[in-house]
Structures are given as structure tokens and as C-alpha cells.
Design a protein around this ligand. Structure first.
Ligand code: PMP
Length: 442
């Protein structure tokens, strides 16, 4: 069991109350990190679903070194650069048909913010200037900037800033697994999707610009997957009212769920996609908004997209992104995420059978979560005072396993933890994680 040496409080520390025991990181390789005292940790959540291809990848590092020697920054208004052009071309081949325009940014919040601002400018360009409201779900997380936060359904993060720039409407996330009624899962999926229609009608369809959702939930909902019927009904409703569908694929994108995009499991046809995290895989801040030409052209004709970030599309970040994509392709890491995800899910299901306080295991590929309950039949959550979401992280930490946890689900409290190791993970390492989790839960 590693002895955690707390890092000294430093000026650069997060202003964050919990997990004061975080040690100083020293180095990392594959799925492992070491602290300065020499303790080894399994990166069981890939940071925050970031380091998809694992740490210390030599190909990415060598590619970045070569790029460092050439040019690291050239302002996009002054120069185009080849790594950005190449990456844009390559990433668009993984996107749904027609989504061929890539707008680079440096992170998830910027990607979401860009989707929101682009949607506004698109509405203006096609003469629908009254549309401005963006419906989101609760719980959800879409970023820390004020615009992205305004469409985030997470009271602990939004309350300190209320009133938001403008209060935006939201609907419940489709926590169909919690419902105790006579409806089938498919019917529940439709009923959750219909809440979007109710919200659009209540807000006034002529004022609703977009609906934003994660196709497979990340941290806020704990890998929430909706019933299949949800996805096509959401698309139908958006089409019916001319509402744009924005997919936040910041966590679920770039292979983590066993398909390149989380939405690929259902052929969802979003209008805009936000990517980040696994796109740069932790080697460089990198993100993108992806849009179809049919939407970009009207905006260009109307005077261009009045929006941008200084570091967006810089050659170093894009070279890193290209090398990450090389590794994903060369080693079929998307296929590995699907196969290893099945194994890990089976291990989690086995743990759930053994421990009465695990009520649900869910997710796809290597975006998996388990939820704590005090009663499996009612799915009643553990009392808040148990602080389960924090304790599981701390105990796992002491055993050398890093996981990610949250206390949110639907409209009620509930604790879950996510297990989302890098996509390079092997069978033996899955078993090692499962044993450590077993130890932790015991
Ligand atoms: N969207 C989702 C779904 C996320 O999980 C996150 C980060 N956790 C963001 C957006 C914001 O990304 P970033 O922290 O890189 O700005």
C-alpha cells in the first residue's frame, strides 16, 4: 500500500477542498504514474478521461520533439500550418457524414463555448435571430467558462455564480434505470426524450436555438446510457422544431466508448460536435468544434465566425493530436477499448453481485461507472453523510488505484465512481484493477 506523501501547499494548487493528500507526481508510463516518494498508481480514470493512449507514448513524444524544433506557434491569422491541416482532414473522416469542418480550440470548455457561439451565428445567418435558448439536461457538465456553465446542470458548480449570464432551461437526464413504473426501457427512453419537446414548447420554439447533451454521460451522470429509443426521438424532436443538436463528446469521443464517437452507437446525426480530452490525450491541450459545411457556409457568407482563441490550432498541439491518432489507428485502440471494456464491465458486474451496496453498473467501452445504493431493489442512494463518493476514491488511492467519483444522479443524490483506464490497457491489467477495486470495496 503506497504511503502518500502530501505535496506542500503551493501557489499553483487547485482551490479545491477535498483530496488534500494529493502527492507530487514524478513520472508516468503506460497506465501507471509514480509520485516523488516512488509509490506507483494505476491511472484508473485516465486523469479525467484524458490520457486515452496512456502516458509516455514514444511516438507522440518524438513527433512533438520534431515539431518543437520546427515551429511551435504561428498565429492562425498570419499562417496556416500543416499539422493542423492534416489533423483536420483526418479527424473529419471519423465524423458523421458531412461533418467536415473542424474548428480547433484548446480544451473542452472552449469546444462547447464554440458550439454555442457558432449556433448563435448560424441562426443569425439563416434569419432566425430570435433563437438563443439552449436546453441542457440535469445533471450535466459542459465546461467551466460562463457560457458553457450556463448550460451545465450541476447546482454545486452553477449556484455560486447565479444568476448565470442568463438562466437556461434544462430537462432531466434519462435516468431510466432508476424508474420504478410499468413502462419498458424503450418506452421510458421515449418519455425522457419527450421532455425535450415539452421544454421547447414551454420556452417557445421560435426562441430555442439548441439542445446540448453527452451521448454517453461522463462524470456528471456516471456513464449514463439512455435507452436506444431516446436518441432517435431526440433527433426527431430537434428536426420538428428546427433546434440544433449539439453533442458534447469531450469525454465520450475519440474512441473511449469502443466506437470513435459515443454517438456512433446510435447513428445520432448531431449538428455540432465538441471534442477534447482524448483528442490530445494529455500530450497537449487540444479540442475542436466539428460542423458540417452546410452550416459553415451560411455563417461565412454572413460575415464569418466572430470567435476564436489565440492558441487554437497551434502546430505543436496539432502535431500531438496527429500522433495520438496514429497510435489509435496503428494499435486499433478503439477496438481494444470495446474488447477490454467488456471484460472490465464483467468484472464490475461481478463486484456488484458480491457487494450489496452496488446497485448499478453501466457505460460502454472504457467509459464505465458503478453506482452506490443503500437498497438495490429501490435503488435508494446511500445517505449523503456516508460520503461514499469521496471515501471510495481515498481508499482506492491508498491501494494505488486512481478512480473518479461524483455524487449526482437525476434529481436526487447518489454516489458513483467511474473506472476509465487508458485504451491501451491489457487483460492482465484489467484483472489487477478489478482486484484492487475488490479490495477497496471490501
Ligand atoms: N464537457 C464535458 C463532458 C467534460 O467532461 C468536460 C471536462 N470535465 C468539459 C466539457 C470541459 O472541458 P475542459 O475542462 O477541458 O475545459
Amino acid at each position: 500500500m503506497p504511503k502518500i506523501t502530501p505535496a506542500p501547499r503551493a501557489a499553483s494548487h487547485l482551490f479545491y477542498q477535498s483530496r488534500l493528500r494529493r502527492p507530487l507526481v514524478d513520472r508516468a508510463e503506460g497506465i501507471y504514474l509514480w509520485d516523488q516518494a516512488g509509490n506507483r498508481y494505476i491511472d484508473g480514470s485516465s486523469g479525467a478521461m484524458v490520457v486515452n493512449i496512456g502516458h509516455g507514448n514514444r511516438h507522440v513524444i518524438e513527433t512533438m520533439k520534431k515539431q518543437l524544433d520546427k515551429v511551435t506557434f504561428a498565429y492562425r491569422l498570419h499562417f496556416e500550418n500543416e499539422p493542423a491541416e492534416d489533423l483536420a482532414r483526418r479527424i473529419s473522416t471519423y465524423m458523421p457524414a458531412g461533418m467536415d469542418k473542424v474548428f480547433f480550440v484548446s480544451g473542452g470548455s472552449e469546444a462547447v463555448e464554440s458550439c454555442l457561439k457558432f449556433a448563435r451565428q448560424y441562426a443569425l445567418a439563416i434569419g432566425q435571430s430570435r433563437r438563443w435558448k439552449v436546453i441542457s439536461r440535469f445533471p450535466s457538465y459542459h465546461g467551466g467558462t460562463l457560457g458553457a456553465l450556463a448550460v451545465t446542470g450541476y447546482a454545486a458548480l452553477t449556484d455560486p455564480f447565479r444568476p448565470m449570464m442568463k438562466e437556461m432551461p434544462s430537462i432531466p437526464a434519462p435516468t431510466a434505470y432508476l424508474d420504478r413504473d410499468n413502462f419498458s426501457m424503450e418506452e421510458r427512453g421515449l418519455r425522457y426524450a419527450d421532455k425535450l419537446e415539452e421544454a421547447i414548447l414551454a420556452e417557445g420554439p421560435e426562441e430555442v436555438l439548441a439542445f446540448i447533451m453527452e451521448p454517453i454521460g461522463g462524470a456528471s451522470t456516471g456513464a449514463l446510457v439512455a435507452p436506444d429509443s431516446y436518441y432517435s426521438r431526440v433527433r426527431e424532436i430537434c428536426d420538428r422544431y428546427g433546434v440544433l443538436l449539439i453533442h458534447d463528446e469531450v469525454m465520450s469521443g475519440v474512441g473511449r466508448t469502443g466506437k470513435f464517437l459515443g454517438g456512433d452507437h446510435w447513428n445520432c446525426r448531431p449538428d455540432l460536435i465538441a471534442l477534447s480530452k482524448g483528442f490530445g490525450s494529455g500530450y497537449s491541450p487540444l479540442g475542436a468544434m466539428v460542423a458540417p459545411s452546410r452550416m459553415v457556409q451560411p455563417v461565412l457568407d454572413h460575415g464569418g465566425f466572430q470567435h476564436g482563441y489565440t492558441y487554437a490550432g497551434n502546430p505543436l498541439a496539432c502535431a500531438a493530436g496527429g500522433a495520438v491518432l496514429d497510435e489509435i489507428e496503428r494499435h486499433d485502440l478503439v477496438g481494444n477499448a470495446a474488447a477490454m471494456g467488456e471484460l472490465l464491465k464483467a468484472e464490475l458486474v461481478a463486484l456488484a453481485a458480491r457487494y450489496p451496496f452496488i446497485g448499478d453498473v453501466r457505460g460502454k467501452g472504457l467509459l464505465l461507472a458503478a453506482e452506490f445504493v443503500s437498497d438495490k431493489s429501490t435503488m435508494r442512494p446511500l445517505p449523503k453523510e456516508k460520503n461514499a463518493f469521496q471515501r471510495v476514491v481515498d481508499i482506492a488511492y491508498d491501494k494505488g488505484l486512481i478512480i473518479y467519483s461524483r455524487r449526482t444522479r437525476g434529481g436526487v443524490e447518489g454516489d458513483h465512481f467511474l473506472v476509465c483506464p487508458p485504451m491501451i490497457i491489457t487483460r492482465d491489467e484489467i484483472v489487477e484493477i478489478a482486484n484492487m477495486l475488490d479490495d477497496t470495496l471490501r
